[in-house]
Design a binder for this molecule. Structure first.
Ligand code: 0A1
Ligand code: ZN
Length: 876
């Protein structure tokens, strides 16, 4: 076990930086193993007497250091493992530091590194210190000029932030380019790219009439597959003007796609760098889910230009200030581009599967925590997804007018500054009469509240009293919880499913906003003539777990009648969860009555919503094993999986006719990436998935669907269905044949091959274990490429509960072996993989013992600080 755990970083320890950097000029001499970086900073002390200036630096070789043109003698500075401390003269200074770095050997993908023979950077959160000595913290803002020179043939494109200034040749072999970014920015937004690309170009005319060239830089031969990302970019630019009044502010906007990247993408000012998987798409190579992700990530990074770049974070505790708000903005964008209700349901599914799970385990933390050990590990579902829910809740609480007035005030007051959550909430507070002091608790309290509802109807008084209680279980470091203001959109329905107009506090309406502010509160509806059914948390107005106090008959009635698509879907999901839990508790029972009532409800909802195929597809989706585990202690994933399969089989049996008809349909003609066409394909995928529950009965049909699939979505849904059949005879053979054909077709296209690796890692076939080992020794498996590692390890650990939680523990051991191999290369990646153990205490005792054994193995291995942080918390 590690004993040298460094102390955590604490919010209360924040101190402003005592120097101002007025301007930065960076000069890069790019060579893969020896890149020289000359960094010229001008500035002055802003307060205090202390003459020491601390600059961050990591893995740098110092070549020279000078102040105001004179070399600094060695006794005037000290190099530490974290950086350099320099005695500074009084007054203005010009500090020049030259360092050397080796991008080629940088496998961490943080700082300046090489990907596919090109130079690229990733500086958030603390990568800039791996490029040069600098106050690498988000509250030090400066305008940057960048000059870079490199071999002309190998690196014909030289890009950085801001606007291009000049470029030219140096002799015959080398060339240079100069970029200038007028907007003061923190170092985490710095970016540089040098290499050879194909370029897909377009332009956008902003609301004030400025024509802005746009370009997407991709691998040679990939430019045709950039059209969708470009279209998404233009739509994002226009939407941000229309909805938030935000205009783009530089002369150019560039996106670069790289193959080796730890996250989805990065919002560097004017030069977004993307994981290629979130740029490249056409109907042949990308699924509809890929198109959807590209649209939302392109938008997300673009929206950061205001929420993140123009207004940045004072310190990393404020990460949700930019991330929560920007996720909210990208979710709203997707809702406007696609179906609002389907988008909302998908966002909630994601929140529950990732954030609720995080909140319920040892890694739970507040949206704005008080301390952290490693900043890279704070890029979590809680900061991003729950952070977005807080913004959405705020809008519900204060209303649209106050919300947009508050946002405009925030943009006006903090433009060009590094802000805090308090600054944001103050701007909102000045625009609303609602007291937001208690709302701030949502930012500091971790854990998912559970709201319990109980309704009592009084026939004589014609009232319906809804008693709501809230409870949040203890989370690490927070044993006691306070009450939060929880906004719950609520409607009452008659027993026959008619929405009732009722009065609450004298106000008549058919939907009310209840704000549960205390641990327990009564809400009395008047004018309620007969016992109603309540529909609570409509649209998922608050990120809570709900114990709704209804019976299944009530829920079926709501599912059939509710006009809120989210509530309708949620009603059916709750029914499904209940029946699944009931079936898994009593494996031998036939559960005939509840099964047939449930299947009728699904069939009815399916038939009623068939004109909205994307929604109908969600109706057919049963809660995953991961979701079911959240409701359990001592969970047995194999049993839950078997139960889920039984339920799917019963649905498939009952609806076989219509499912087969759906599977047989394919759109003809040119590929259409629209939400409507994607919805039709989603429904087909849901149908094929259900039919695969009937084991080999539909194997021929599914294989045929694979062979004739006109799109990657359809190809992959057939392949996934074949992967779902445990011990299939024909299905097994078809799966292998399909995989061979797939590999043959796509072996030279890495992001498509990632799908080939994933579909196998998620398969539940009997040969899974041997298959995983084969995948890891495949010639194209590469421990240095995060996409490829995730395609096997994360797909397995996150999406294959049956394999990962195998009763004898081999799944945990397999993941641990990978973590041990990856950690020395890429700590951010190994730490992320380690989070797959976050729910280990929820499982049956034998599984807990196996998981603990592997966590202890990791703990003993002296891994990176990033991985160690996760291991320590998981074991605590
Ligand atoms: N800020 C980016 C994502 C990102 C976060 C962290 C990174 O390194 C630790 C890299 C990228 C976003 O929200 O899109
Ligand atoms: Zn972001």
């Amino acid at each position: 076990m590690r004993t040298d755990t460094p102390p955590p970083v604490r919010l209360t320890d924040y101190r402003p930086y005592p120097f101002v950097i007025k301007h930065v000029h960076l000069d890069f001499f790019l060579e893969p193993t020896k890149t020289r970086v000359r960094n010229k900073m001008t500035g002055k002390r802003s307060f205090g007497e202390h003459a020491l200036m601390n600059l961050d630096g990591e893995n740098l070789k110092l070549i020279s250091i000078a102040i105001n043109g004179l070399a600094v003698p060695e006794e005037e500075y000290e190099i530490t493992p974290e950086g350099i401390s320099i005695h500074m003269p009084a007054g203005e200074f010009c500090l020049e530091i030259e360092t050397e770095i080796s991008p080629e050997t940088n496998t961490q993908l943080s700082g300046l590194y090489m990907s596919g023979g090109r130079f690229c950077t990733q500086c958030e959160a603390e990568g800039f210190r791996r490029i040069t000595y600098y106050p690498d913290r988000p509250d030090v803002l400066a305008p940057f000029d960048v000059r870079m020179e490199a071999d002309k043939d190998a690196y014909p494109y030289l890009l950085s932030n801001g606007n291009p200034v000049r470029s030219g040749n140096i002799g015959t072999d080398r060339h240079f380019a100069i970029w200038s970014d007028p907007h003061p920015k923190p170092s985490y937004l710095f970016a540089l790219v040098a290499g050879d690309f194909d370029v897909y170009t377009d332009s956008f005319t902003t609301m004030s009439g400025k024509e802005t060239p746009l370009a997407i830089y991709v691998d040679k031969g990939d430019s045709d597959r950039s059209a969708y990302a470009m279209d998404a970019l233009k739509r994002s630019m226009s939407w941000d003007e229309d909805v938030f009044g935000r205009e783009y502010d530089l002369d150019v906007f560039n996106i670069v796609a790289v193959r080796d990247f730890n996250f989805g993408a990065m919002e560097n000012k004017g030069l977004n760098i993307f994981n290629a998987a979130y740029v490249l798409a056409d109907g042949q190579t990308a699924t509809d889910a890929d198109f959807e992700a590209i649209e939302s990530i392109v938008a997300h990074e673009y929206f950061h230009n205001w929420t993140g770049n123009r207004i940045t974070c004072r310190d990393w505790f404020q990460l949700c200030l930019k991330e929560g708000l920007t996720v909210y903005r990208d979710q709203e964008f997707s809702a406007d581009m696609r179906s609002r209700s389907v988008t909302r349901i998908k966002d909630v599914i994601r929140l529950r599967s990732r954030q609720f799970a995080e909140d319920a385990g040892p890694l739970a933390h507040a949206v704005r925590p008080d301390e952290y050990a490693r900043i890279d590990n704070l890029y979590t579902a809680t900061v991003y997804e729950k952070g977005a829910e807080l913004i959405r809740m705020l809008r519900v609480l204060i209303g649209d007018t106050a919300f947009f007035a508050g946002l405009n005030r925030y943009f006006d007051s903090y433009d060009g500054k590094a802000a805090t959550i308090e600054d944001f909430l103050n701007a909102m507070q000045l625009s609303t009469s609602e007291d937001l002091r208690n709302f701030a608790r949502w930012y500091s309290q971790s854990g998912t509240p559970t709201v319990t509802a109980k309704g009592v109807h009084d026939t004589i008084a014609r009232t319906y009293t809804l008693t709501l209680k809230q409870h949040t279980s203890a989370t690490p470091g927070q044993p006691d919880k306070i009450a939060l203001p929880i906004p719950l959109k609520t409607a009452l329905f008659s027993g026959k499913g008619r929405r009732l107009s009722t009065k609450l506090n004298g106000q008549a309406n058919d939907e009310h906003l209840l704000i549960l502010r205390d641990f327990e509160q009564d809400f009395v509806f008047t004018d309620v003539s007969s016992a109603p059914i309540h529909s609570l948390n409509r649209g998922f107005s608050a990120p809570v777990r709900l114990v709704d106090g209804l019976n299944d008959a009530n829920r079926s009635a709501l599912a059939a009648a509710d006009n809120d698509p989210f509530a309708q879907w949620e009603g059916l999901q709750t029914l499904a969860r209940n029946i699944l839990l009931e079936m898994s508790k009593d494996e031998d029972g036939d559960h005939k009555d509840s099964l047939s009532a449930f299947i009728d409800a699904i069939d009815e909802a399916y038939t009623a919503t068939i004109d909205d195929p994307a929604f109908a597809a969600l109706i057919l989706r049963m809660p995953t094993v991961g979701e079911l585990i959240l409701d359990q202690k001592d969970a047995d994933p194999s049993k839950l999986h078997a139960t889920r399969l039984k339920l799917k089989r019963a649905i498939a049996r009952h609806m076989q006719g219509s499912l087969v008809a759906t599977v047989q349909h394919s759109d003809t003609g040119v590929f259409d990436p629209s939400a409507a066409a994607a919805g039709r394909r989603a429904l087909k995928a849901a149908a094929i998935d259900l039919l695969s529950g009937l084991q080999d009965e539909h194997a021929d049909r599914i294989y045929e669907s694979f062979l004739s699939a006109p799109t990657m979505t359809e190809k992959l849904s057939a392949l996934n269905a074949l992967a779902n059949v445990e011990n299939g005879g024909p299905s097994g053979e078809y799966f292998d044949k399909a995989l061979l054909a797939f590999e043959e077709e796509w072996k030279d296209t890495p992001i498509v091959m990632d799908k080939w690796f994933s579909v196998q890692a998620m398969s539940i076939r009997a040969d899974l274990r041997a298959r995983l080992h084969r995948l890891c020794s495949h010639p194209d498996f590469d421990f240095k490429n995060p996409n490829r590692v995730r395609a096997v390890a994360a797909a397995f650990a996150m999406n294959n509960p049956v394999g990962f939680h195998a009763p004898d523990g081999w799944g945990y051991e397999f993941l641990t072996d990978i973590i041990l191999k990856v950690d020395g290369l890429n700590p951010a990646l190994s730490a992320r993989l380690t989070t797959s153990f976050e729910s280990w205490r929820r499982f049956s005792p034998d599984r807990q013992a196996h998981a603990e054994k592997q966590l202890r193995r990791l703990d003993d291995a002296n891994l990176s600080k990033n991985a160690q942080d996760i291991i320590t918390r998981a074991l605590a």
